[in-house]
Design a protein around this ligand. Structure first.
Ligand code: NAD
Length: 290
């Protein structure tokens, strides 16, 4: 398949490389001067999408996605699919899809989970929104770049699933970290805390699979000085998107709101920038009640 790929950063580059390795014909474009094995680089986004059957975007945010969409949609071949894998706000995802469909294109919003490791290994999970025809067109490519793709509904449904999942993740990480810090102050051994909680009703992915306490549970960023993993600023980005969506849909999300405020404080004032999102634990360790 002839594929245009726009945004070849930490995630986009390995995703594009996997598609090229699988035998697809890839033309890429990025604002930065990048080179990716097997991908021919174009001089502009418009050039990268010329006669492509599928165009994939992997960009930083909704504003940039809208700008790139304005540029490439008129240059795409009718019937081709625009597949956005970036994490962006639901409103931008829906607006871009509407613009693409009005131009006779298929559109899918398909944010991913699995991070840079998953992108390199081809084990991402895709959460997709769009018509059945659009999802079917992108599906074989999801199978190469990932291990699972869920068709969540119409346009925007992929982004909705992604930010709801990550709102749970942020809230749960904070709850797990504050419970460890409380357990410390109550004199409870961290290993015993893990042994009990990981097999009791407080268990969660953050406790069982990604434990924020070093030396406890399976290997995680906590065992590596809290190097990401999943950086706190990316968690903050997703939490902010969840609150933007909650505002726009008039949904009451007090825990999501609190988690957003805590990660904002952590990233912007407390040195959390560049640290894994589980570094909330050492943050809580240092603090008292007031
Ligand atoms: P990144 O900053 O490494 O890559 C983004 C790329 O887009 C950069 O190479 C940049 O030069 C390029 N770019 C920016 N504006 C452009 C434009 N107008 N035209 C062409 N290229 C442009 O970011 P990333 O980590 O690859 O993340 C990409 C997306 O994936 C984000 O939306 C992010 O939230 C999401 N995501 C990231 C992770 C992760 O672990 N990094 C996990 C899941 C989802």
């Amino acid at each position: 398949m002839k594929i245009g790929f726009i945004g070849l950063g930490n995630m986009g580059a390995p995703m594009a490389a996997n598609l090229a390795n699988a035998g697809h014909d890839l033309t890429g474009f990025d604002m930065a001067d990048v080179a990716v094995d097997g991908v021919a680089m174009a001089a502009s986004a418009t050039e990268a999408v010329q006669s492509a059957e599928v165009v994939i975007t992997m960009l930083p945010n909704g504003q940039i996605l809208r700008a790139v969409a304005d540029e490439v949609i008129p240059a795409m071949t009718p019937g081709a699919a625009l597949v956005d894998c970036s994490t962006v706000d639901v409103d931008s995802a829906r607006a871009v899809a509407e613009q693409a469909v009005s131009a006779g294109l298929l559109a899918v919003d398909a944010p991913v989970s699995g991070g840079i490791g998953g992108a390199a290994a081809g084990t991402l999970t895709f959460m997709a929104g769009g018509s059945d025809a659009a999802f079917s067109k992108a599906s074989p490519l999801f199978d190469i770049m990932g291990q699972k793709a869920v068709h969540c509904g119409e346009s925007g449904a992929g982004q909705a699933a992604k930010i709801c999942n990550n709102m749970i993740l942020g809230v749960t990480m904070i709850a797990t970290c504050e419970a460890f810090a409380l357990a410390d102050k109550l004199g409870l051994d961290r290993q015993k805390m893990f042994d009990v909680v990981s097999t009791s009703s407080g268990y969660s992915w953050t406790m069982n699979a990604y434990c924020p306490a070093p030396g406890v549970g399976p290997q995680s960023p906590a065992d590596n000085g809290y190097q990401p993993g999943f950086a706190s600023e990316l968690m903050l980005k997703d939490l902010r998107l969840s609150q933007q969506a909650a505002d726009s849909a008039d949904a009451d999300t007090p825990m999501g709101q609190t988690a957003t405020a805590l990660y904002e404080q952590f990233v912007e004032q407390e040195g959390g920038l560049g640290q894994d999102f589980s570094a909330m634990l050492p943050r809580f360790e240092k603090r008292g009640r007031s």
